[in-house]
Design a protein around this ligand. Structure first.
Ligand SMILES: *Cc1c(COP(=O)(O)O)cnc(C)c1O
Length: 382
């Protein structure tokens, strides 16, 4: 497997070895393995301390208070808790939710489930750059709008939303602003207070932490109440019951602390790698950028290769791990709903690949991908 070039960091990242070390120390008998809710002995207190220290590491990266961090099983659950939890708790104030057509499935499918429950959803169509403008949001606001949910960085395109501008419009209309920031954290600066974010979903495994752990940031305010989805011991201030997975949480905390220290340098290096790829492809011709690079993170680049089928191209690039559309729907041959949502013509959408780079991507990886593309494309186009 070592000769495989991994360019699918937007689907998941490998766990940073420094994170794996921390996790290892929270599992076995000689480590911090106890239940963090055990208040009757030292081992329980130590586990609780580990959880609270990770809570602070996550909070610090997003400018939050540790008391605003709710542990979940991932960004999917955080999205469900934000949307379902808030809409259900505020049914009496109105039943209208605004989101976009190109949100992650964790938001799209949750909004569809809310529609089936009787709530009303407005599905905004983003521009060709993948972004919804504050003006568009203003036009969609209604007196019964209680929640707006828009992602910080799109997982297929990489485009970055004007979060401060959108938050302002949502608040002016009396609604809360939820942001899925799974792809944004560690890539762009995210300060919930400065941006005006009320609810924010985060994942461990998109930032070199483990899979199966995430966070919902819930702004501390008497107006913000969530109906829990999971009932039990009343953990996480009643919003999310269940024994906390200490090793996952400590790992996510360490991953976020590393992102705070190294995220900016990672992105600067990755920008040069992305430009190396674009430069190397420039003489191939017939390549369209689905990613609006001027308004996007450098670690995601979605390209359409005119005259080829994306699945065949993927097969020809056997040694490069990439994805067509997003990982979650790569089993289907329908074009990506995200590319469709921004108006990419069907043949081009079907000829698109997402390249995503990360902390461990090297120049040699980029050169091998370029080499493979230069060999595969002419044959497939013939
Ligand atoms: C990966 C991802 C999710 C899902 O996160 P999990 O932790 O895997 O549940 C949600 N939203 C976005 C934008 C993502 O990229």
């Amino acid at each position: 497997m070592s000769d495989l070039v991994y360019l699918d960091y937007a689907a998941t990242t490998p766990v940073d070895p420094r994170v794996a070390d921390v996790m290892q120390r929270h599992l076995t008998q000689d480590g911090i393995f106890a239940n963090p809710a055990s208040r009757s002995h030292m081992l329980g207190w130590q586990a609780e301390q580990a959880v609270e220290s990770a809570r602070r590491q996550v909070a610090d990266l997003i400018g939050a208070d540790p008391r605003e961090i709710v542990w979940t099983s991932g960004a999917t659950e955080a999205d469900n808790l934000a949307l379902i939890g808030y809409m259900r708790a505020n049914r009496s104030r109105g039943g209208h939710l605004i989101t976009s057509k190109i949100e992650h499935k964790a938001v799209v499918d949750t909004a569809l489930a809310l529609e089936a429950e009787g709530f009303e959803v407005t599905w905004l169509t983003p521009g060709r750059d993948g972004r919804v403008t504050p003006e568009q949001l203003r036009d969609a606001m209604r007196t019964d709008t209680v929640l707006v949910s828009l992602m910080a960085v799109n997982n297929e395109l990489g485009c970055i939303h004007d979060l401060a501008g959108l938050a302002e419009v949502a608040h002016a209309g009396g609604a809360l602003f939820h942001v899925d920031a799974a792809q944004a954290v560690g890539r762009i600066p995210l300060d919930v207070a400065a941006l005006g974010i009320d609810l924010m979903s985060l994942s461990g495994h998109k930032v070199y932490g483990p899979k199966g752990v995430g966070v919902l940031y819930v702004k501390r305010s008497p107006d913000i109440r969530l109906a829990p989805l999971i009932h039990g011991g009343g953990h996480e201030r009643g919003m999310r019951s269940g024994t906390l997975p200490t090793h996952q949480i400590a790992g996510m905390g360490e991953a976020f602390a590393l992102a705070a220290r190294e995220g900016e340098a990672d992105q600067a290096r990755i920008l040069a790698l992305r430009d190396r790829l674009l430069e190397g492809l420039s003489n191939l011709g017939g390549i369209h950028r689905n990613t609006a690079v001027d308004v996007s993170v450098p670690n995601i680049l979605n390209l359409a290769f005119e005259g080829v089928d994306g699945e065949s191209l993927l097969m020809a690039l056997r040694n490069i791990a990439l994805s067509t559309g997003s990982a979650c729907n790569s089993a289907s041959v329908e074009p990506s709903y995200v590319l469709k949502g921004i108006g990419v013509p069907r043949p081009l959408a079907l000829a698109s690949l997402r390249f995503s780079f990360g902390r461990f991507t090297t120049e040699a990886d980029i050169d091998r991908a370029l080499d493979a593309l230069q060999h595969a494309l002419p044959g497939l186009r013939r």
